[in-house]
Design a protein around this ligand. Structure first.
Ligand code: C5P
Length: 334
């Protein structure tokens, strides 16, 4: 082949490469769906394709990938209550009061005002950015954690969200040692150390009055059952789960299944909205089909699935779907 001909071919090849690459970058920038073909077909680096929404390998806020997730996930819903977002619509208030059939509630806005004189009124964790990679472990109380040896995996996360009575002491190898957040309600509350955030799920106005009382005077000792009158917790780290968010979880994610979502599902949804990467431990039955807690010897004790107010099966199926769609990573234990 003559020299000018070879040069021509080389120039043509170079031009072809430049045009292809520019077209590809252009379509990527303007969210051409063909990019998603490239992404999945060639399994190129997630970091490159995460569009800089966060600094992790996978970003929770990347919704374009999956219509099912995009239809349900609303990033503008804040999971935690502040003075500003505490005002409830009539519909939300009625629904919320119905959950545990509170008969003569105190004035909600007065209670909220009193509450934020005891605990801080701050917007927390809604700081998703290309620089943030917040990894979270949500640790449920399932017996499938027994012997699972997830301790160090859990302890490596930034946030470790536990719930209700789930202990770490004596179970460190399986469930880890650190707890950054503990999600509970008055009837399931336990004492915390100074570094852990207590996340209260209020199911009635009295629950908000209880946390005020438990951190100060200790006068409330009874809700629908006996409750601890005082709680050891760092007041500056107490957070309140928003009733509006609770309703959103129930309607958008559970589509009305059960009377209301379980602590575990609400904790998972908290993580989905404040974390970039979510790993889930201790949900579901163990290998023998038992739904007990990991600290219980009796496999029939504390059978979460049969509470009557939650739809454990449906919640578990939604959790599995999130895992199938690579939105969360599920560790199923033993
Ligand atoms: O029993 P408890 O409500 O304290 O457990 C916390 C959460 O852990 C539950 O709300 C549920 O989501 C999850 N769990 C589970 N399977 C079990 C026990 C608990 O999924 N066997």
């Amino acid at each position: 082949m003559s020299l000018p001909k070879r040069r021509k071919i080389r120039t043509f090849a170079l031009l072809f490469c430049v045009i292809t690459f520019t077209t590809f970058l252009f379509s990527y920038t303007f969210r051409d769906p063909s990019v998603y073909f490239f992404k999945h077909a060639f399994r190129l680096s997630d970091n490159f394709f995460s569009k800089g929404l966060c600094a992790c390998q996978q970003c929770m806020t990347e919704v374009e990938d999956d219509p099912w997730f995009a239809e349900r996930f609303n990033q503008s819903n804040h999971p935690l209550m502040t003075r500003e977002n505490s005002v409830l619509s009539d519909e939300t208030f009625k629904w919320w009061q119905w959950l545990q059939s509170e008969r003569q509630p105190a004035n909600f806005s007065d209670v909220v005002e009193e509450l934020f004189q005891v605990i801080p009124d701050e917007v927390l964790y809604m700081d998703a950015s290309p620089k943030r990679c917040r990894t979270c472990a949500v640790v449920g109380n399932s017996g499938n954690l027994k012997g699972a040896q997830y301790g160090s995996l859990i302890d490596h996360c930034d946030f470790i969200i536990r719930m209700n009575q789930g202990p770490t002491s004596g179970f460190e190898e399986d469930v880890g040692t650190r707890t950054t957040h503990r999600v509970m309600y008055p009837e399931s509350a336990i004492d915390l150390d100074n570094t852990t955030s207590l996340v209260l799920i209020p199911f009635k106005t009295l629950d908000l009055q209880w946390i005020i009382s438990a951190l100060t005077t200790g006068t409330i000792k009874h809700t629908y059952t006996a409750v601890v009158s005082r709680i050891k917790a760092n007041k500056d780290k107490v957070l309140i789960y928003s009733p509006t968010f609770l309703k959103y979880v129930y309607e958008s994610w559970l589509e009305g299944h059960g009377r209301y979502p379980s602590t575990g599902f609400l904790s998972l949804m908290l993580a989905v909205h404040i974390c970039d990467e979510v790993s889930v431990f201790g949900f579901g039955a163990d290998q023998y089909g038992n739904w007990h807690h990991y600290w219980e010897e009796n496999q029939l004790a504390g059978a979460f699935r049969h509470t009557g107010v939650h739809d454990g099966d449906h919640e578990y199926n939604v959790t599995l779907l999130l895992a199938d769609k690579h939105k969360i990573q599920m560790f199923r234990g033993r």
